[in-house]
Design a protein around this ligand. Structure first.
Ligand SMILES: NC(=O)c1ccc[n+]([C@@H]2O[C@H](COP(=O)([O-])OP(=O)(O)OC[C@H]3O[C@@H](n4cnc5c(N)ncnc54)[C@H](OP(=O)(O)O)[C@@H]3O)[C@@H](O)[C@H]2O)c1
Length: 255
């Protein structure tokens, strides 16, 4: 199988790194020159990665085509590309819906929208897929955990949550800087904070079949530090602000 990527930015390179570490059976990965720095690094690290000059050449030579360009670029270039009906096209584009993709692609190819996130380079993390497709599900199950969603409106809610990634990292950064200011070396502070939140996330994932309320409750000692932290952040409407942000990202995606 030949895999082609239109756009070689952050998400394409994360997916390609994951594929290269996986047991996925593929013959070649074809990428475009753009971005030049990322594409040359990917080629250097894997003999099966080839850089082609034209997007159409990538489409012509691939069985599966991954659309990993921004929505603005996608709106301009997808309609100019000629796809084949037997191809599978996987779009990572956040805000072009299935109907518009079908209109621009013009042939009756299989089209799936997918939401991989950068930890896919480590073969970690969920990958929501819409509409369900068995082969695409199996593919992403080797890179992370596929989640098939039957309804596009519901899948947009997962896109909204994917917009919380940078603010989560900002929180880790803020806490690390605070610790550094007390005299701890930056690398030690960052190591401590990231491994603490990794451990908390692992515990939460292991307990995700239970109500997460339990973890909130069990992590507080009466009159303890966590009780104080939670009370102060609730009073400052931090959690309400998370809901407001999700709602406004969701509103933008549903326009
Ligand atoms: N980043 C994420 O975590 C993430 C997660 C899920 C989905 N997505 C979606 O994936 C898409 C790409 O996001 P990204 O973060 O990877 O963006 P990005 O890093 O900016 O990558 C976009 C890529 O498209 C290339 N490009 C621009 N114009 C092109 C053209 N005419 N032909 C071919 N390639 C062209 C860019 O090359 P130049 O650098 O040379 O301009 C760059 O390599 C977006 O639609 C986004 O919503 C992203």
């Amino acid at each position: 199988m030949i895999l082609g990527f239109i756009g070689t930015g952050k998400i394409a390179s994360s997916v390609i790194k994951g594929i290269c570490k996986s047991n996925i059976n593929y013959n070649k990965i074809l990428i475009s020159e753009r971005n030049r720095k990322i594409s040359s690094r990917l080629k250097k690290n894997n003999k099966k990665v080839f850089i082609l000059k034209k997007n159409q050449e990538i489409v012509d030579k691939s069985n599966w085509v991954f659309l990993s360009i921004t929505p603005e670029v996608g709106k301009k270039i997808i309609k100019k590309l000629n796809f084949r009906p037997e191809q599978t096209i996987i779009s990572f584009i956040s805000s072009i819906n299935l109907k518009d993709l079908k209109n621009d692609i013009r042939v009756k190819a299989k089209i799936v929208r997918a939401i991989p996130l950068p930890p896919i380079s480590l073969r970690e993390g969920p990958v929501p897929l819409f509409p369900p497709n068995k082969k695409v599900r199996k593919f992403f199950d080797q890179l992370g955990k596929s989640i098939e969603i039957k309804n596009e409106k519901l899948s947009i809610n997962f896109w909204s949550i994917s917009g919380m990634m940078a603010s989560y990292y900002e929180m880790l950064k803020t806490i690390s800087i605070w610790l550094t200011k007390s005299g701890i070396r930056k690398s030690d502070a960052q190591k401590y904070v990231t491994s603490l939140f990794l451990a908390l996330s692992k515990d939460a994932a292991v307990n995700s079949h239970k109500d997460l309320k339990m973890l909130v409750k069990e992590s507080q000692t009466p009159k303890g530090l966590n009780e104080q932290g939670l009370k102060e952040m609730t009073k400052k409407k931090v959690y309400k602000s998370i809901i407001n942000t999700l709602n406004s990202i969701n509103k933008r995606l549903n326009k």
